[in-house]
Design a protein around this ligand. Structure first.
Ligand code: SF4
Length: 196
């Protein structure tokens, strides 16, 4: 268990490692490797897939179109962005929004593991299929295929695996294509309020 000062120091070291990482080819197309952002004592940790173009350009989490949706969902659900911690499964932008390769997820998820160990959130909220599969695999390898299976992820259902609460939700970007799902998504975000 870390005190706040130790946690901050460990996170700064980790963030330095992320920013200077060249372990996979995404380092050659990114501008920034994005580190996690938010309250280091957060009880809720959101895990998105990767930075978008605007995030890559400005070195900030969730400031592009998906981020605008994310902010809207948080406000509608009464969750202050300053109280949560946000990070990505893959820290560097995926060119042209292509899908991540399994090797990229494997390389990069070591950073996510360390962020989780430092922040120790009460509930992890993976956003989208890739993050959800990786988090579910991390806590419950036996029940998932190595490559994961979309049918195994139940979005909007809280599960507790090895003592860790996990609440997978669709990525906010999905509302850019299916805006009619927004009201239902807000209700799902509201279920996070008791964890604040
Ligand atoms: S995606 Fe992750 S593993 Fe690849 S270069 Fe960026 S930080 Fe390193």
């Amino acid at each position: 268990m870390f005190n706040k000062h130790e946690k901050q120091e460990a996170l700064e070291i980790l963030n330095y490692q992320i920013r200077s990482c060249e372990s996979c080819s995404l380092s050659s197309t990114r501008k920034y490797a994005l580190t996690g952002e938010g309250n280091i004592d957060a009880r809720i940790m959101f895990v998105a897939l990767s930075p978008g173009a605007k995030e890559d350009l400005n070195n900030r989490m969730f400031i592009g179109p998906s981020g605008q949706v994310f902010n809207r969902l948080l406000i509608a659900a009464g969750i202050e962005r300053e109280l949560v911690f946000m990070t990505n499964l893959v820290k560097c932008m995926l060119p042209n929004n292509r899908k991540p390769k399994m090797s990229e997820i494997e390389w990069c998820s070591q950073f996510l593991d360390e962020e989780i160990a430092l922040i120790q959130p009460e509930v992890i909220v993976p956003l989208g299929t890739y993050s959800a599969q990786k988090i579910l695999q991390k806590y419950h390898v036996a029940e998932l295929e190595p490559q994961g299976s979309i049918t195994k992820v139940e979005f909007g259902k809280l599960v507790i695996l090895k003592g860790q609460k996990i609440y997978p939700l669709f990525h906010p970007a999905s509302l850019l294509y299916n805006p009619s799902n927004e009201a239902d998504t807000i209700e799902k975000y509201k279920k996070l309020k008791p964890f604040l």
